[in-house]
Design a binder for this molecule. Sequence first.
Ligand SMILES: [Fe+2]
Ligand SMILES: [Fe+2]
Length: 336
Amino acid sequence: MQMAAPHLMVHAPANPVVVIADDNPDVVEIVTRLLAPLGYRVDAVGSGQEVLNRVEAQAPDLVLLDINMPGPDGLTVCRTLRGRTETASVPIVIISAHDDEAHRLEGIQAGADDFLPKPFASELLTARIESLLLRKNLQDSLENPESVILSLVRAIEAKSPYTQGHSLRVATNSQRVGQFLQLSPAKCQELYIGGILHDIGKIGVHEDIINKPATLTEDEFAAMKRHPLIGTDIILPLKVTQSAIEIVRSHHEKLDGSGYPHGLKGADINVETRIVAVADAFDALTTDRPYRKRLSRRESIDLLDAEADLGVWDRDIIRAFDEALVRRRTKGDADL
Ligand SMILES: [Fe+2]
Ligand SMILES: [Fe+2]
């Protein structure tokens, strides 16, 4: 399957701060001269205790440690930094005149990410620092669930020009309707998150099926129908609420039991899921699709209203959509 590249945002600090701990001013000067032109801020300290004080004041982006220096030596400082939650993941490079296996081993065992013997080649030092910082920034970005989720959503929407912005519109409209229905702020937040995530399982559906400009065959439709459960599996390990998970799993269920994946009926579909289901259908109707042109907002609501008469949608929610998103808009409410 050809996959669109996820646009993972790696948040790199503009001027990374490197703390260098070395009691030899010549080494400090060389490192400063190497790194300053590359945009680094270099803070030099001359003893083990000074490193600990400096790092405690504000965690730097990387630490370069000599082994032999006054106060606690570099290995002790390294172990201390690794043991503190705030500095456990700061990259640490040990630079030492002792280039033998025993010292390397000690450095690694103390928790250093890398070991550079003195004297070092300038290219080697900068290459090691840059690769450690890149890894740290990538790790920080991956630990931020919001950035991972948004990257995934962008990757899915990149598979089809027809669905650009779909998840965000479904999220925003669902939240507005939740607010109109005076649901609690927590529920409105769940509507937004569920809306953002609802189609995340489409990452597991081939783009030829997603973009097919004609009715799907039975097999293709069966593949498409798997996306709510694929999406549920993707988001289960994330810290999202049960309600958001339910939205992802059941956003294609319909009140009359004709939906998928489980053919749920009526009261088995909660209010949040009903709202996102209508927001999803409304967005599909009001945007061009490979197989048809878009309808106006008024035509879309009228169509959904007719389907509510047949028992497909919750009539109160269609009314709320009409009030919150169509009538108010036509009255010139700039915010809606
Ligand atoms: Fe969907
Ligand atoms: Fe959708």
